[in-house]
Design a binder for this molecule. Structure first.
Ligand code: SRM
Ligand code: SF4
Length: 518
């Protein structure tokens, strides 16, 4: 591997310089030392940047209380793993919380550096890893949340996602081959018909497609969001059989690692390399690493359904079993709720718990006979299987409570806004609202019917918290990105603007009017 890709040493950005001095993974061996030193005495580059290679994020908003980002391949965890995460949080009392992320993953908050050795031991004992989950690494790999349960699926993505993660992370121990990419990298695989993973917004995505009668995947590349630019993934014009997917991931990452720009960090994602080379040269380079040529893409893929949200009760392909999806408002969890989720998964299911990119939870393998008792559990009053129309598909990034990039508070505001809208309106169709605190777009406003992106707005001559409004995002079949439709609405004036949009574009009605019509 060349350590600088196509960039000269002199033009390396500051992140490349500190990575060249010491690889992020090197800090794995220093965790005990950091724990003894305490966060205030640590080297700042280790604390603020390199710790992210083991999934530990310094939070300038809550100094001394770190965030930990796990890896949850295909969004699946066991009740034992959930219980360990809850135990970690429990020691922090009110200061500990967790979030289900927009990549089917979990982040913990409130973590103290002195507890890290113990936390890593606990993770190890139950097969959890947080390695390479931040900075210039491959993020959590997403797959169908109902893989292996859905009678209509074309391919069960679970094993492939796990194999890719094992390859990238050396089975969770850390893999220096892929710990120094030019920038972050997202991978998604879908084997269902509804594009449950937002394939189009990943740097590398595999979507189901038959070549003659043989099952495989068409490959998409270069999808990404950033503050500077957002693009949907484009076809690589390549088809791959399932058994070659891991090798293709490796080959694509090697090409990106060795050739992606390491000069301007704002232009380092894969799409910029595709721009520079063109898709044909990129494909040829990947083929060379792979040691064979791709077959051209199948003429059509099998994504022909609208996207499902999996909230509610659904029959599994296994006779007599059901999966139940419940809504976790903006993905926020606390220790006590997590213990309860683990208990329910064990008592009523097989101990398995699944996460969705909409920040919700699915418990599978609940028998027909125990379904009634399960649905009467008090937790389902808080995490509903039948939430309000807007609440149901509400997604929000972290926002100002914990993220120092945020221009606005998001999660609490998101909940309060939909509550007020649901009080005033009746709905005839679902409307997906996504909040994101800044242009980095972690809350994916471009995939929403209505996306709200934090910005600074002006009101009465003063700078106030505001949003730019995105419209037109389409998910599932024929997915495409929404674009900015209205700029700079002060958050305090947002309610009537949203009400208006819901009435004009999504068939909502004021409750008063609906009453008159009846
Ligand atoms: Fe993100 C940086 C949170 C999904 C694009 N993202 C961050 C940081 C790490 C910034 C920071 O250090 O504070 C945020 C941590 C805040 C915190 O304390 O939680 C953060 N991103 C998140 C999460 C937690 C949002 C959520 O509430 O769900 C998601 C974690 C996913 C995971 O499990 O790994 C998350 N981030 C995304 C997505 C959505 C996706 O992957 O589908 C995107 C857009 C897609 C993409 O990356 O192409 C996204 N995050 C970014 C970017 C812009 C990347 C770029 O190329 O410029 C940044 C900034 C950066 O990397 O420099 C960023
Ligand atoms: Fe933080 Fe911005 Fe990402 Fe929200 S979108 S989590 S505010 S970086």
């Amino acid at each position: 591997m060349t350590d600088t890709g196509n960039t000269t040493k002199a033009s390396l950005n500051k992140f490349e310089k500190f990575k060249a001095e010491k690889d992020g993974l090197a800090i794995k061996a220093e965790i005990e030392k950091f724990a003894a030193l305490g966060w205030e005495a640590m080297d700042e580059t280790d604390r603020d940047h390199r710790l992210k290679w083991v999934g530990v994020f310094f939070r300038p908003v809550t100094p001394g209380k770190f965030m930990m980002r796990l890896r949850m391949p295909n969004g699946i965890l066991t009740s034992d793993q959930m219980r360990v995460l809850a135990e970690v949080l429990q020691r922090y009392g009110d200061e500990g919380s967790a979030d289900i992320t927009t990549r089917q993953n979990i982040q913990l908050r409130g973590i103290r550096i002195e507890d890290l050795p113990d936390i890593f031991n606990k993770f190890h004992a139950v097969g959890l890893t947080s390695v390479q989950s931040g900075m210039d690494n491959v993020r959590n790999i997403t797959g169908d949340p109902v893989a292996g349960l859905d009678a209509d699926e074309l391919f069960d993505t679970r094993d492939l996602v796990q194999q890719i993660q094992d390859m990238l992370t050396n089975k969770g121990e850390g893999n220096p081959e892929f710990s120094n990419l030019p920038r972050k990298f997202n991978i998604a695989i879908t084997g269902g018909r509804d594009n449950s993973v937002h394939a189009e917004i990943n740097d590398l995505a595999f979507v189901p497609a038959f070549k003659e009668a043989t099952f495989g995947f068409n490959i998409l590349v270069g999808g990404f969001f950033s503050a500077k630019r957002c693009d949907a993934a484009i076809p690589l014009n390549a088809w791959v059989a399932p058994e070659d997917v891991v090798a293709v991931c490796r080959a694509v990452l090697e090409v990106f690692r060795d050739n992606g720009s390491r000069a301007n960090r704002l232009k380092s994602r894969l799409m910029w390399l595709l721009d520079e080379w063109g898709i044909d040269k990129f494909r040829a380079e990947v083929e060379q690493r792979l040691g064979k040529s791709f077959l051209p893409a199948a003429p059509k893929d099998e994504i022909d359904w609208e996207k499902r949200d999996h909230i509610g009760v659904y029959k599994q392909k296994q006779p007599g079993l059901n999966y139940v999806g419940f809504h976790v408002p903006v993905g926020r969890l606390y220790a006590e709720g997590m213990f309860e989720i683990a208990r329910l998964a064990e008592v009523y299911g097989s101990g398995e718990i699944r996460l969705t990119v909409e920040q919700n939870i699915i418990i599978p393998n609940i028998s027909d006979s125990s379904l009634g008792t399960f649905l009467a559990e008090p937790l389902l009053e808080r995490f509903s299987i039948n939430p309000g129309v807007l609440e149901r598909s509400l997604v929000s990034c972290t926002g100002a409570q914990f993220c120092n990039f945020a221009l606005i508070e998001t999660k609490n505001r998101a909940i309060a806004t939909v509550k007020a809208l649901e009080e005033d309106l009746t709905f005839t169709q679902p409307v997906r609202i996504h909040w994101t605190g800044c242009p980095n777009s972690c809350g994916q406003p471009q995939v929403a019917d209505i996306g709200l992106m934090g910005t600074k707005a002006r009101k009465d001559g003063k700078a106030v918290e505001g949003v730019d409004i995105y419209m037109g995002g389409k998910v599932g079949k024929d997915a495409h990105l929404g674009t900015c439709a209205i700029k700079g609405i002060p958050c305090e004036d947002l309610q009537p603007v949203l009400q208006d949009l819901l009435i004009k574009h999504f068939g909502a009605k004021l409750k008063q009017e609906a009453l008159v019509e009846v």
